[in-house]
Design a protein around this ligand. Structure first.
Ligand SMILES: CS(=O)(=O)c1ccc(C(=O)Nc2cccc(-c3cn4ccnc4c(Nc4ccc(C(=O)N5CCOCC5)cc4)n3)c2)cc1
Length: 287
């Protein structure tokens, strides 16, 4: 502290202005068309500082534990990889708070797979999409960061079939216990391994299980896993060791990788690092 008889140095207090690094000044954000609505409320496209395309999640009040999330945002802005949707920052000085991320022009991978004609999505393209998701997840694994809701709906597509993982770690801040508890109607049962169904024990190896289901979503061009079977039934089947069938036209080598991800014991599943190597070998040899 500056002794009271000496004026403060001229730079005091200017280093951050009134905004921390991960805090975005809403006056620098112009909100544009609505992109859709998610778990938390409306998502709109935005222009930041006049030129940067962004997606802005406007968090409906009461849907998320905001203070905990704002704390975590500092960490999330540091997670940077070409296959992760970059968190630019948050507007947390007003309500609802805004989560501002890089913009992905083609929307969710799930919708993209269902909307794009199969001849544009040959096996080489589908495998490359899985490899991109795997690279993003291997980066999170290296940083001991668990996604908790990896699925094609939570991956986004940019130009030239670029695919990035979105909303990593966000599930921890959802307040709706229909979503957070494994008995809830909105819990992603069809992407959950036995240890999550029974003990909600999340790990990078439970993300690997979900990645196997995401691979199945990709190679079926956006089918819903287990079709119209009810969540409670699926939990039963998964406990009994029943697995998703090989997608039509999917190479055995690729289906075998999905089955590695669905090993009952988490420690028997490969890491994302190992999966990345395995998928690269398949991409170079059979395709
Ligand atoms: C796992 S979780 O934490 O419960 C959770 C997961 C997801 C969400 C959530 O809000 N998701 C959500 C909902 C809507 C849009 C987003 C969303 C988020 N994004 C982040 C970066 N880019 C996007 C984006 N881009 C889109 C979306 C749709 C279109 C579109 O209209 N198209 C039609 C014409 O062809 C091109 C595509 C275009 C770009 N949409 C994200 C909220 C919470």
């Amino acid at each position: 502290t500056t002794p009271c008889d000496r004026p403060a140095p001229p730079t005091a207090g200017l280093s951050h202005g009134q905004y921390d690094k991960w805090e975005i000044d809403p006056s620098e954000l112009v909100l544009l068309e609505e992109l859709g609505a998610g778990q938390f409320g409306v998502v709109r496209r935005g222009k930041w500082r006049g030129r940067i395309d962004t997606a802005v999640k406007m968090m409906k009040e009461g849907t998320m534990s905001e203070d905990d999330f704002i704390d975590e945002a500092k960490v999330m802005t540091k997670l940077q990889h070409q296959n992760l949707v970059q968190l630019y920052g948050v507007c947390s000085k007003h309500r609802p708070i805004y989560i501002v991320t890089e913009y992905m022009r083609h929307g969710s991978l799930f919708n993209y797979l269902r909307r794009t004609s199969p001849d544009q999505l040959g096996p080489a393209v589908l495998l490359d999409m899985c490899i991109q998701v795997c690279k993003g997840m291997a980066y999170l694994e290296r940083h001991n960061y668990i996604h908790r809701d990896l699925a094609a709906r939570n991956c986004l597509v940019g130009d030239e079939n670029v695919v990035k993982v979105a909303d990593f770690g966000l599930a921890r801040y959802v307040l709706d216990d229909q979503y957070t508890s494994s008995g809830g109607t909105k819990f992603p049962i069809k992407w959950a391994p036995p240890e999550v169904l029974n003990y909600t024990r999340f790990s990078s190896k439970s993300d690997v299980w979900a990645f196997g289901v995401l691979m199945w979503e990709v190679f079926t061009c956006g089918k819903v896993p287990y079709g119209r079977v009810k969540n409670s039934e699926v939990a039963e089947m998964v406990q009994r060791g029943m697995l998703l069938e090989k997608p039509k036209g999917c190479l055995n080598e690729i289906y075998n990788v999905m089955r590695l991800c669905w090993r009952r014991l988490p420690e028997e599943r490969p890491s994302f690092r190992a999966l990345k190597e395995e998928l690269a070998v398949i991409a170079n040899s059979v395709l």
